[in-house]
Ligand binder design. Structure first.
Ligand SMILES: Cc1cc2nc3c(=O)[nH]c(=O)nc-3n(C[C@H](O)[C@H](O)[C@H](O)COP(=O)(O)OP(=O)(O)OC[C@H]3O[C@@H](n4cnc5c(N)ncnc54)[C@H](O)[C@@H]3O)c2cc1C
Length: 361
């Protein structure tokens, strides 16, 4: 089965690995000339590990990560360091923090050499979902997987693309240049319209993010200085973590999600995957994991006409049992109006459990 995948992000690479191992002839088209993953760290929970196991990558992933994050006291603190809430012992089965660059290396290494064509932007997919156009010319495939991210060109060319919407907040991210002692505590600290989160990487460096509500496209002259100004007076070790981060590596991203439901994830033989299909805000958690979960149970596809998706509300979902629907006719998940303070993690755990994509012959 000749399969084209558009985009070498986490979603596209995982799809490529799964399909290649199932015997498909896979080509990944990536517009970037080099893969430099944007972002710093990712939190991966038990469901992500399970999905990586099914791709045959679980052990390799465990080798480059540790279980330390799970052993720390976690929860939410105030800027003065007093705890608002602590996550009870044993509430989290598994939590590993991985640097995005390490994850990308792992995924790329699992593909046959030559699978990813860098510097090859896809400019369009025909409505039959089998022909795509790149700068090198057209190509015809049995299946096309559009994993081209939240600003998906493929989705934008479909009728009723909801487009994206700004969440109301922007996020700085960074990794310290050297290990920092967390004194056994991690998690998030909540201020007024501001939030700071931290978690340890396997080598002791700290992955952190800082969140602030602000208008979209806000211009800030010195991002590092802004983080220091906003969070430099918060409890230890936040000031130390900021100081241990190289100024030039701190970057900020406005957070968006889809402005509404995508009426279908499939058009002809082309299917949307990952952020292209259902981008959500990080407060909804583990979107990258969702990419793997969606692929975990995918057998070799002879067509892409059916997928398993979450129902619109977790309470309508049988525990852990995926709900299979015909993507061509079913409404897709409606992204909620997610504010910075939408800690619906319990719901999300339930929802993620059911979020598996399956192509049925
Ligand atoms: C601040 C933040 C924190 C997050 N934290 C977590 C977390 O802790 N855990 C978690 O699970 N998830 C997290 N996520 C979500 C996760 O990062 C995304 O859901 C995931 O990376 C999306 O992967 P993707 O492959 O669908 O899309 P992308 O990573 O966006 O990849 C799309 C790829 O397609 C390429 N592309 C685009 N257009 C074209 C084209 N026309 N032709 C060829 N190539 C093209 C792009 O260059 C890119 O490489 C976070 C997201 C954000 C913003």
């Amino acid at each position: 089965m000749r399969t084209a995948i558009i985009g070498a992000g986490i979603g596209g690479l995982c799809a490529a690995i799964g399909l290649q191992r199932a015997g498909a002839d896979v080509t990944v088209f990536e517009r970037a000339s080099a893969l430099e993953p944007v972002g710093s760290g990712l939190s991966i929970f038990a469901n992500g590990l399970t999905a990586l196991d099914s791709l045959g990558l679980g052990d390799a992933f465990r080798e480059i990560t540790t279980t330390e994050a799970r052993q720390l006291v976690g929860g939410q603190r105030r800027p003065d360091g007093t705890w608002l809430a602590k996550i009870p012992d044993g509430a989290v089965d598994e939590l590993r923090i991985v640097h995005r660059a390490d994850l990308h290396r792992l995924l790329l290494g699992a593909l046959r050499p030559g699978t990813v064509r860098l510097g090859t932007a896809v400019s369009g997919v025909c409505s039959d979902g089998r022909t795509l156009t790149t700068s090198d010319g057209p190509g015809r495939f049995d299946v096309i997987v559009a994993a081209d991210g939240i600003r998906s060109k493929v989705r934008a060319s479909w009728p009723a693309d909801p487009g994206i919407r700004y969440s109301g907040y922007s996020t700085w991210r960074g990794v310290t240049a050297e290990p920092v002692d967390l004194h056994g505590e991690a998690g998030e600290t909540w201020g007024h319209r501001e939030r700071f989160g931290l978690a340890p990487l396997a080598d002791g460096r700290i992955y952190w993010f800082a969140v602030a509500s602000m208008p979209a496209d806000s211009e800030i002259d010195d991002e590092y200085a802004e983080v220091q100004r906003r969070f430099g007076g918060w409890h230890a070790p936040i000031p130390e973590i900021i100081a241990a981060t190289e100024r030039s590596t701190v970057f900020r991203l406005d957070i968006n999600d889809l402005a509404g439901a995508v009426p279908t994830f499939r058009r002809g033989r082309c299917v949307l995957l990952g952020d292209a299909a259902h981008a959500m805000t990080p407060t909804s958690g583990r979107a990258a994991v969702r990419r793997w979960r969606m692929l975990r149970r995918s057998p070799p596809c002879s067509n892409a006409s059916r997928v398993t998706r979450p129902p619109t509300h977790p309470s309508s979902m049988p525990h852990s049992r995926p709900t299979t629907v015909c993507v061509a006719s079913a409404p897709s998940r409606s992204p909620g109006a997610l504010e910075p303070w939408a800690p619906s993690r319990t719901c999300e755990v339930v929802r993620v459990r059911a979020c598996e994509t399956r192509c049925c012959g």
